[in-house]
Design a protein around this ligand. Sequence first.
Ligand code: ZN
Length: 380
Amino acid sequence: MSFRVTATDGEARAGILSTAHGDVPTPAFMPVGTKATVKTLHPDEVRELGAAILLGNTYHLHFRPGDELIEDLGGLHRFMGWDGPILTDSGGFQVFSLRDTIQAVDDEGVTFRSVYDGSSARFTPETVARIQANLGSDIAMCLDVCPPAGVPRAELEEAVRRTTLWAQRQVVADRAPGQLVFGITQGASDRELRRRSLEEITALDFDGYALGGLSVGEPRELTLEATAWAAPALPGDRPRYFMGIGDPEGILEVVERGIDMFDCVLPTRTARTGSALTWAGRLNLKNAGFARDQRPLDEDCSCPACARFSRAYIRHLVNQQELLGLRLLTLHNLRFVLDVTAGAREAIENGSLASFKENAVSRLGNPESSRGHIAWNPGS
Ligand SMILES: [Zn+2]
């Protein structure tokens, strides 16, 4: 068995996920390395921040530079110089979120225009399995149909039906030696459809199971309400992956509801817009209030940015579009969410997750009075 629960606290779990490239302590936040790089960072820096596993993107790597090229060069780990675990998504989320590029969806697969050159391409359960086998990731994801929030129920039901059809094919499709494959459930926050998807997908023998199609634009209360009953309905002896959450409060909310793994571009993307995630809320470093602020981004952070540089200096770098500014903010934001996640793991082991979360959420919700900061907004 590749997953072992080592401690529980309410519905929350701490565990170890074993992969071909090493163990992942859970709960685990997975930094997103869309194009085989966590933007601006060296892989050794990502590891030193505390990341145990990275996420790579099937859609983008298939088109650029090409999964067959990466296979010829020894696989994704060697190509990007990261010898730790890698999870690859299936590309389904990209295809279905770029709705204007979809040319046809049928029970066999989906035909779409590549965002790179407009050429027509087709993903089926077998092709995305082959691409992920070529990349050689440690965890491959199933092709799913992931509609945005608010689609008519008939469209949601069709997404659930096709996601199951495709999972039944992918569970027996190609995989790299030692590669784990995770199934994805759909159904948004619709109780009947999500339950149907949970039953159909967990009837198939996957190495782990994901909640997909949540956190796609619906109100946060609906996301959390659905997670509260859907996560415990997944098999207890397999890892549970919530796709697409990465703000500190959201991480704590889904961990409390029994989720083991999660990913999001939020920490890294926020960094590249010049903002820092801190216990004092989200700081927009472009704000003039930081011009003479000699404090680190966060007083309690020991990342390479906070160990040495002031808010004033980072503000200057951001305003001058200096590359170091993007690097320092990325280092800090990743460390911040990885620290929150590690803190949650420790609290689960100590049986104190409820008080850890209460304290964390109250700090995040009551930022210290700090000139120039803007309030933390968990919904964005
Ligand atoms: Zn920091």
